[in-house]
Design a protein around this ligand. Structure first.
Ligand SMILES: Cc1cc2nc3c(=O)[nH]c(=O)nc-3n(C[C@H](O)[C@H](O)[C@H](O)COP(=O)(O)OP(=O)(O)OC[C@H]3O[C@@H](n4cnc5c(N)ncnc54)[C@H](O)[C@@H]3O)c2cc1C
Ligand code: SF4
Length: 463
């Protein structure tokens, strides 16, 4: 019966309208659509979907009350395992996690778990319905959390409820990590992230913004005052292409481009002070979520044409299928099997074009993806006045360089035990992208939860 009900589509802003504004693209389910979609879940006794969720949300448990119209019960079930449902419902790659394992997906389409999670979280926000889980009596122990992305926020939320004092140190002037400086407003409205941070502050978490740890204070100095430290500084150092012309005016890293637009609100210039470099003909290099976000932002900032330049084929594109679909609908052009050789500029060192080379796919490389091989004599040039490089990020060495005893791997990521988040340095834990390399919001949250449990045990029983 449930299998016969089609998966409920998500209403969206029309592509031609939304490519000119920064308002959210998917509009959310109506109560009727949410109840119908929730009715598709057959409430499996051994739900496979839960095994695909890195934080183990009781998925049938939060979906059933939606079907029954009991929204407070649904929100309460979600709150047992996640502090950021409105965020995860929007940006998690459900298609490769919980939804990939849903039994309905074997014969048809899986239950739209992410859309239902978003519906429940939005219902709570719109109805001012907040769940304040019980807080344990104060222990007198103090924890310093460095970085306020999803890993840091999860640790802070878990430890404050366990009765410990928690201070989050954040280098930027706003908390949220990539959720505020990277992911654009049209995918994740900033007010939603701010609300999650406000909830933590209301529980007693202290936020020290504009605090670059490693400069202002070292981890060892923090440990003179705090009983434990959790490092969650992400992987925010941009990787560039290292080709000639990369220092021309008009070539940006995706980090700078997106941070200007999102965190510094350049898309609202001159209402906000930060200007945005204007590009009529734009190319974004790379094809991950970051590249899609940069390309779609460029369209909204007034570009006439935006190309994604990617050296592999459509099959290897690492971005979420939904993001690629949205980008193409909005008019972003995919230039596949093309690699940049050189940026070209005018006498004032302003970007005017890029020389590209066609590629073909050879044998699989270490990542298992087929290696792109240059096609001799296939060079061509396109006109360009803005280039955004989105080919990955690396670890920021500031903390590791100023913290003796912290071990890193060959890429500079901190080594921490997977089961606990413990580093080799006593009283110091780490998690999120600074341990795994660039990953996902939910994996960062999962690492935060694991570390919070371990820190709590240490504060109660010792190292
Ligand atoms: C543009 C973009 C789009 C993405 N889209 C998705 C998506 O759709 N779905 C998904 O699941 N994932 C997505 N990701 C990945 C995801 O956002 C990250 O994996 C996740 O945010 C990592 O969380 P984190 O807590 O480890 O670090 P971050 O979110 O990077 O937060 C780290 C924080 O630490 C702060 N910090 C750094 N150094 C210091 C210091 N020395 N002192 C104090 N503070 C410091 C930083 O300012 C930052 O606020 C995207 C990433 C980007 C960049
Ligand atoms: S696997 Fe699918 S049908 Fe079964 S409980 Fe999970 S969401 Fe519902």
């Amino acid at each position: 019966m449930s299998e016969q009900i089609p998966r409920q589509p998500m209403p969206e802003q029309p592509a031609q309208e939304r490519r000119h504004n920064f308002k959210e693209v998917p509009l959310g389910y109506t109560p009727e659509a949410a109840q119908t979609e929730a009715g598709r879940c057959i409430q499996c006794k051994n739900p496979a979907c839960v095994t695909g969720c890195p934080v183990g949300i009781d998925i049938p448990g939060f979906i059933k009350p939606i079907k029954e119209g009991d929204m407070p019960a649904s929100v309460a079930k979600l709150a047992e395992r996640t502090a950021l449902p409105a965020v995860c419902g929007r940006v998690c790659p459900q298609e490769s996690q919980c939804e990939a394992r849903c039994v309905l997906g074997k014969k048809g389409e899986p239950v739209a778990i992410g859309r239902l999670e978003r519906y429940a979280a939005d219902w709570a926000r719109e109805n001012n319905h907040s769940i304040i889980p019980p807080k344990k009596p104060a222990t007198g122990k103090k924890v310093a959390v460095v970085g306020s992305g999803p890993a840091g926020l999860t640790v802070a939320g878990d430890l404050i409820l366990k009765g410990h004092e928690v201070t989050v140190f954040e280098a930027l002037h706003q908390a949220g990590g990539v959720l505020v400086y990277g992911i654009p407003e049209f995918r994740l409205p900033k007010a939603i992230v701010q609300r999650e941070c406000d909830n933590l502050a209301a529980l007693g978490v202290r936020f020290e913004l504009n605090s670059v740890i490693g400069r202002l204070q070292t981890i060892d100095e923090l440990l003179e005052e705090y009983d434990a430290a959790f490092i969650a500084v992400g992987a925010g150092t941009p990787t560039m292409l290292n080709i000639p012309g990369e220092n021309l005016v008009g070539v940006f890293s995706a980090n700078e481009y997106l941070t200007r637009s999102n965190l510094m609100k350049a898309y609202r210039f001159p209402e906000y002070d930060t200007p945005m470099y204007q590009g009529k003909h734009v190319a974004v290099f790379g094809a991950g979520n970051v590249a899609m976000d940069a390309a779609r932002s460029a369209l909204r900032l007034g570009a006439e044409d935006v190309k994604i330049i990617y050296r592999r084929s459509r099959e290897e594109i690492p971005a979420r299928a939904e993001e690629v679909h949205h980008a193409e609908e909005e008019g972003v052009e995919l230039c596949l099997l093309s690699a940049p050789l050189e940026f070209i500029g005018d006498e004032q060192a302003r970007l005017t074009g890029v020389k590209l080379q066609k590629m073909e796919l050879g044998e699989p490389d270490a990542s298992g993806r087929r290696r792109p091989v240059p096609l001799k004599g296939s060079e061509y040039t396109i006109e360009l006045n803005l280039a955004v490089v989105a080919v990955g990020t690396a670890s920021n060495p500031l903390i590791t360089a100023t913290t003796p005893g912290l071990e890193t791997n060959k890429w500079g990521y901190i080594q921490a035990e997977e089961a606990t988040g413990k580093t080799r340095k006593p009283c110091v834990w780490a998690g999120g992208d600074i341990v795994t390399g660039a990953a996902t919001v939910i994996l960062a949250m999962g690492a935060g939860r694991t570390a919070a449990d371990s820190i709590d045990q240490f504060l109660s029983w010792g190292w």
